[in-house]
Design a protein. Sequence first.
Length: 202
Amino acid sequence: MTLSAGKKAALAILVASIVGIFPMLPNSGLIASTDFHWEADKLVQFTDSLKEGNPYPIWLPLTNVFGGPVFLIYPPLIYYVLAAILIITGSVILSLKIFSFIGLLASGISMYLYSKRILGTKGGILSSVAYIVLPFHLYDFYSRGSYVGFFAYVWSPLILLAMDLVMSGKKYSVGLLALTYGLLVLTHPVSALMFSVVFLAY
């Protein structure tokens, strides 16, 4: 049975995502990265604050001993997703693993949607797989442990896709551009600042 182009792309992205996350699958814990403990601590405090009825946690009471306004600086968008997974699973480690897999999978899909438009189906598949296993992409995750920076990879190709649609005069493309760029800002402002150079040059 011959697979359609769409199914081939889905299979390739799924396999690449599994390969990317594989080093931590056999382990009960996570690979110790630079910011892992900090990210796990933020997640637990953020989730506890939500459970207490605070819809927009800003102050984390156990940060830096006396607490700190962590989410006055960092947008909490990604932590709402992480908190939802944590509430369902009850495990910080499992939540971070699931979130990491979702991040790899979503980044591959977003790159495929953009590169398919530019390079065709085969080019889209190759680009999405390469994007998933890009050394700095995995380094951002395994070494730095920056989950928000890691998830920023999802929005960049979608911004490029939206920009291409705007230049082609497609309907609703400006709205899509505003949405995707806004999601990048709400995910990781530093990545949004750096990507703005690409945004302007494009």
